[in-house]
Ligand binder design. Sequence first.
Ligand code: NI
Ligand code: MN
Length: 233
Amino acid sequence: MKLNGIKITWLGHATFSIQTPKGKIILIDPWVMGNPACPPNEKEVKAVDVMLCTHGHGDHIGDAVEIGKKHNPKVVGIPELCGWLGKKGVKQLAEMNKGGTQKVEDIKVTMVHADHSCGIQDGDQYVYGGEACGYVIEFDNGVKIYHAGDTNVFGDMAIIRELYSPEIAMLPIGDHYTMGPREAAYACNLLKPNSVIPMHFATFPALTGRPSDLSRLVHGVKVVEMKPGETIS
Ligand code: NI
Ligand code: MN
């Protein structure tokens, strides 16, 4: 995996902290303090410049309000989700919708489809959160990373390959709430990344998919198995 100055840290589940070559910190799916898969020494977020939110489920934005208010990052999300975060006191909202690309700090971020639900649990009720999405992030060194969010495999992943050609794909493999290894392997056939980083597995007993299952099913794609808290550069 050629990262050319990018550092990727997996904080467990779907949460990644990525440092750009210029030193900006991108936090994808801010579920850190409440994330049982996040190692204790990573639970205190020290700096965030940009926060990307894939959808409103608690295991993705569970700490978005607290981190957003504390560090005041630019927050990217679908309008309904950004609107809800704004009501809770988060500033610097950079809302967008699917198919759009915007420059935020030193990355270009494109919002793409995800096949998943999206309600926001607010007290004892669910409020409408827009739709779930994924992101293709283009760094200023040319590297492109696709974070799929929570999703099933869908045929239009072929469009993501044709339009953006991300060399690294972060894909959920846990099964039950997202695709499992079988579907993720099919997604690899559509996306044809050089490397895939499995995520959204083992956090809870229901998330039974494992990187080894995916490795057995894919050909020509490197499965990069990270441990929570691990950084690759
Ligand atoms: Ni979800
Ligand atoms: Mn999830």
